[in-house]
Design a protein around this ligand. Structure first.
Ligand code: NAP
Length: 491
């Protein structure tokens, strides 16, 4: 059993009021409360912290704590669970019943929140509620200069709606108070990619065309749409995954070295990447993008329905559950280097990875079994985090045959420290006022400005998504997309 760490004073040890809208919801139960528990366990919350969860349901405090016990505790790994610390953590929790639409004012919340506390508002609700929440928070006098607001994705359905949300939130919070969360940016390996690139001198000279021949970014989910069809069918994989997670990963791979780790220094460089993404016209969309939708198949050993057979999916829906595309970053560094992005539901297994493929040697000196296998840097993000460099080595024996072997950057053994989950790390960043790993408004809008024409183009082309069997790696067209350039997906 993990022993509790005594909370230690933080950089800023103001009392913290963490106010969660959607505090009964799935995200709060599965991610936010377990992450806050872990932060508490390791002494990373200010000593006078309170967590005020809001929701419409008629809980008294004990009923809410029971709900947390039943629905959240199971998401804390057994090795991290400490009964005494858990009880201490539950003491931090309050429940405030609040229907943000119906309530004329947030009086109950204003009464519950302490004067002088550092307030963090975590908006873990549908974004359609963000405007009302921010307006009523401000009207209740809860938004002071110290307050911070965390916005969950999806931030809009397109550029226009993202601008609308940003305007509404920006009317009450300065940009420096707004934390747009993309939990991929909280992953240790993604942050490590920046260290790998900019903390070492050996990679940087190679990190460009023509030394790099292609980049692949895959975020594959094994799960289907589950109970989220109501939300998902109006969204699809492009809006749900590509516009945010995959583009953020692309930015970290493609950005120029920032002048410092200051939030705006890093975000300025990411923004330049987003502005350099080549806009796609109809012909590019038809040639360089693949939409897919899963059909009946198998997940593990279980038979699973196709997307159209899932509960609450409208008959004949053309929503994509899979996207693969070829993108270009039009800069000197990345001239003519294809960036292949791929994401899908009901794929063979959960797997998120970035693969940097280096050019082949200019002359094939070692004919043999593995000729032409490129060096690759593989950054695995999920389910396990790992960094491997695949290089060629001589097969033992009398000949000069080559074989690919992996140089494994074994971070687990190199560092004995615990590796915090992305949400925990990002929540601590919010509490400490560190904005570097959060999206700035212009980044979000630039990402939509690139994605919107593709989504519009699909509407104009009006093609049905390609079917793929649940449990596969996606439609055949996705393999063809790379094969015609002489590449293949690295599974
Ligand atoms: P959810 O389970 O449906 O929870 C939504 C919460 O919003 C519920 O707790 C609900 O409270 C609250 N709510 C709805 N209308 C309200 C109102 N008028 N007044 C006050 N509260 C209201 O959704 P979720 O899965 O937690 O997702 C929350 C947000 O995070 C969404 O924007 C989602 O897209 C995003 N997100 C979720 C995940 C995830 O894994 N779940 C991952 C990434 C992003 P009641 O208890 O009153 O119903």
């Amino acid at each position: 059993m993990t022993q509790p760490t005594q909370p230690t004073p933080q950089d800023s040890d103001l009392p913290l009021d963490m106010i969660i809208f959607g505090g009964v919801g799935d995200l709060a139960m599965r991610k936010l409360l377990p992450a806050l528990y872990m932060a508490y366990l390791h002494g990373n919350l200010p000593s006078a912290t309170r967590i005020l969860s809001t929701g419409r349901q008629d809980y008294d405090r004990q009923a809410y704590l029971d709900h947390v016990e039943t629905n959240s505790r199971g998401f804390i790994a057994e090795a991290n669970f400490n009964a005494k610390t858990w009880d201490g953590f539950l003491q931090l929790l309050e429940y405030v019943k609040l229907d943000v639409q119906a309530a004329p004012a947030f009086d109950a919340l204003a009464q519950a929140s302490r004067d002088g506390a550092q307030r963090v508002f975590y908006l873990s609700t549908a974004p359609s509620l963000f405007t009302t929440i921010c307006e009523k928070l401000a009207a209740a006098g809860l938004v002071d200069a110290r307050a911070r607001v965390v916005l969950e994705k999806p931030l809009g359905q397109d550029l226009a709606s993202a601008v609308e949300i940003n305007e509404a939130v920006g009317a009450h919070f300065a940009e420096s108070q707004i934390y747009r969360i993309d939990h991929y940016l909280g992953k240790e390996t993604v942050q490590n990619l920046m260290v790998l690139r900019f903390g070492n001198s050996i990679l940087e000279p190679l990190w460009r065309a023509p030394n790099i021949s292609s980049v692949q970014i895959t975020v594959a989910e094994e799960v289907g749409v589950g109970s989220r069809a109501g939300f998902y069918d109006g969204t699809g994989a492009m809006r749900d995954m590509v516009q945010n997670h995959l583009l953020q990963l692309l930015c970290i791979v493609a950005m120029e070295p920032p002048t410092s780790l200051a939030p705006d220094a890093v975000r300025d460089e990411k923004l330049k990447v987003l502005h350099s993404l080549r806009r796609m016209g109809l012909a590019d969309i038809a040639r360089d993008t693949v939409r897919g939708q899963y059909k009946h198949g198998a997940s593990g050993n279980q038979e699973v329905p196709g997307y159209l057979e899932e509960k609450n999916v409208p008959a004949g829906s053309k929503t994509e559950t899979f996207v693969a595309l070829r993108a270009y970053v039009d800069t000197w560094r990345w001239s003519k280097v294809p960036f292949y992005l791929r994401t899908g539901k009901r794929m063979t297994r959960q797997s998120s990875k970035i693969v940097i493929e280096f050019a082949n040697p200019p002359f094939p000196l070692f004919p043999g079994s593995q000729e032409g296998v490129a060096n690759r840097l593989v950054i695995e993000l999920q389910p396990e985090e790992a960094i491997k460099l695949q290089i060629m080595a001589k097969q033992p024996g009398s000949g000069m045959e080559m074989q690919q072997v992996a140089l494994n950057l074994d971070l687990q053994s190199a560092f004995q420290q615990r590796r915090a989950e992305a949400y925990e790390r990002l929540l601590i960043d919010v509490v400490r006022g560190r904005l570097t790993h959060f999206m700035r408004r212009d980044e979000l809008e630039a990402a939509w400005a690139w994605a919107d024409p593709i989504i519009e183009g699909w509407k104009t082309l009006d093609e049905k998504p390609h079917g793929y069997a649940a449990g596969s790696w996606g439609p055949a067209e996705s393999f063809a997309l790379l094969a015609r350039d002489g590449f293949s997906w690295v599974e």
